[in-house]
Design a protein around this ligand. Structure first.
Ligand code: HEM
Length: 187
């Protein structure tokens, strides 16, 4: 199994109960009762409602100072109290992909302050970013973003979403779906 490959499977079983699937921009995703997060590609899942794969990767935009700040405060996934999670698949417009890395960094951080805004919500939120374009096959999304937090941090997470969606970076987002889940069983 490629340790960097993760697949989100929506279907009949899984440790996460899907509470809501909301289309934010563009087309949504089909309803399903449960979500499973699988390292690799699941074998023998019969007719999932949908499944999305992506790989974790090296950083593209953070500088040294930002990376050190992140490492100092970012929590690991799987904390027992973090029983709420949100999967947010995102696709950006071809205009974004036509930019150069320095142009993208300028929009991402100098104009939108993505990392700076995000850092304000750590360590409440644990996160993992997956890239879909690196899998080499046509995919419905460019990124699968995954966030875990305790129930009493849910309002803070909603504020984070509102802050990020008001930035210039989000003018390039053409499809975004929120899949909100809660853990069925204790860790
Ligand atoms: C919880 C606080 C958050 C922090 C600390 C954070 C931090 C970061 C950092 C550092 C990167 C850049 C990684 C790199 O250098 O390649 C990044 C990328 C990204 N984040 Fe966040 N983020 C947060 C929340 C969010 C949320 C809530 C969303 C979705 C609504 C989101 C969506 C993305 C996407 C799509 C990318 C990839 C952007 C691209 O490569 O074009 N992030 N995030």
């Amino acid at each position: 199994v490629n340790p960097r490959l993760f697949t989100f499977v929506a279907g009949e079983s899984g440790p996460w109960k899907i509470q809501e699937i909301r289309a934010v921009f563009g087309e949504g995703l089909a309803a399903a009762p449960s979500l499973d997060v699988v390292n690799g590609v699941p074998m023998g899942v019969v007719f999932p409602s949908w499944q999305l794969s992506g790989v974790t990767s090296h950083e593209r935009y953070v500088n040294r100072a930002e990376k050190e700040q992140l490492v100092a405060v970012q929590p690991a996934l799987g904390r027992p109290e973090a029983t709420c999670a949100v999967l947010i698949p995102i696709r950006k417009h071809p205009r974004w992909w036509a930019l150069t890395p320095d142009e993208r960094r300028r929009i991402f951080e100098e104009q939108s302050h993505h990392t700076a805004i995000g850092l304000n919500h750590l360590p409440a939120v644990a996160r993992r970013l997956h890239h879909c374009r690196d899998l080499g096959e046509a995919a419905a999304f460019d990124f699968l973003t995954w966030f875990e937090f305790a129930p009493d941090q849910a309002a803070g997470f909603d504020r984070l979403l509102a802050e990020l969606r008001a930035t210039p970076e989000w003018e390039y987002v053409e499809r975004e779906v929120e899949v909100r889940v809660v853990r069925r069983t204790a860790l």
